[in-house]
Write a protein that binds this ligand. Sequence first.
Ligand SMILES: C[C@@](CO)(OP(=O)(O)O)[C@H](O)COP(=O)(O)OP(=O)(O)OC[C@H]1O[C@@H](n2ccc(N)nc2=O)[C@H](O)[C@@H]1O
Ligand SMILES: Nc1ncnc2c1ncn2[C@@H]1O[C@H](COP(=O)(O)OP(=O)(O)O)[C@@H](O)[C@H]1O
Length: 315
Amino acid sequence: MTRTTRLSSVRVHERSVTARAPGKVNLSLHVGPREADGYHPLVTVFQAVSLVEEVTATTAADFSLEVSGPGAEHVPLDGSNLALRAARALAEHTGVKLGARLAITKGIPVAGGMAGGSADAAATLVALDALWGTALTRPELLSLAAGLGADVPFCLQGHTAVGTGRGDVLTPAMAQGEFHWAFALRAEGLSTPEVFRRFDDDARTADLPEDADTALMAALRAGDAERLGAALSNDLQPAALMLAPDLAETMDVARAAGALGVVVSGSGPTIAALARSSAHAESLADAFVASGVCASSVCASGPVPGARVVQESLG
Ligand SMILES: C[C@@](CO)(OP(=O)(O)O)[C@H](O)COP(=O)(O)OP(=O)(O)OC[C@H]1O[C@@H](n2ccc(N)nc2=O)[C@H](O)[C@@H]1O
Ligand SMILES: Nc1ncnc2c1ncn2[C@@H]1O[C@H](COP(=O)(O)OP(=O)(O)O)[C@@H](O)[C@H]1O
């Protein structure tokens, strides 16, 4: 889409770049004790799934933002928005003196433990890197991403990866095949810091493992959904269930409908149910809605690639 706008007497050719970035589910999430900086060390296995955010960046003198799609009304439009923070971080890092109009179309549940805001930041970084022609290296982009939030590097990278540190130090994981998921979405989100606080209140001091679970990694390598289902785990799940006790019933619905594994996604409250096939994922999604335990449900598959440009209209 190329539009020409008249600004005073100067004709300015608008150029746009659209990028997409995926949401994630944590296949396993081990959380260590809170550190002095307030963060918790993690050993997690991320899988990127086919629920995506789309960000279109258009040339402009200043920064502005619009958001559409499900849950858009819950997304802040001020400087705290992760897409705007990403844009400003890239401008500062590169010395670019340009702005951009950002339009986000949400496809990932807001405050759902699936990294929707982080995907917006990742998509914004790659869209503006292309629009402004700054051509950052992958390590530079990953380092900027890590400064924006723990989940942002994974949304850039996609596929399946082990995350350590704050979850921002990534090692690609070998995985075969396609996994099918049904997600139960809750009307009200959960705050990630609040879930970590509840985890602290309740934490039994188990040591953080050095590596990701052997059984889970073997299931991924084999493309074995049944074994993967049995290996799903999340240390934040008890805290999320304390803050949102209705989630226990949602998880029971998925188990009764034959899910291979059921887990709270990240800090919740989205419930991720692993299915045997895409048709089974549809029937799990139907079971969630029919039982009335959640606001809505959606199916997705993974792994999928990380943030990438999908359309360029360079006037
Ligand atoms: C829990 C996880 C699991 O992947 O995902 P979500 O459920 O949010 O999607 C992540 O660790 C969330 O990542 P993200 O949401 O990017 O976190 P940030 O913006 O960096 O931090 C938000 C807050 O979460 C807590 N936090 C986050 C990461 C971490 N390793 N330890 C923490 O204690 C801190 O209280 C921090 O202030
Ligand atoms: N672009 C964005 N999209 C969604 N939420 C955002 C965005 N920027 C900042 N936020 C804030 O981040 C919080 C967490 O949102 P989100 O990233 O969707 O969920 P989660 O951290 O649970 O994966 C939201 O409640 C909102 O206040």
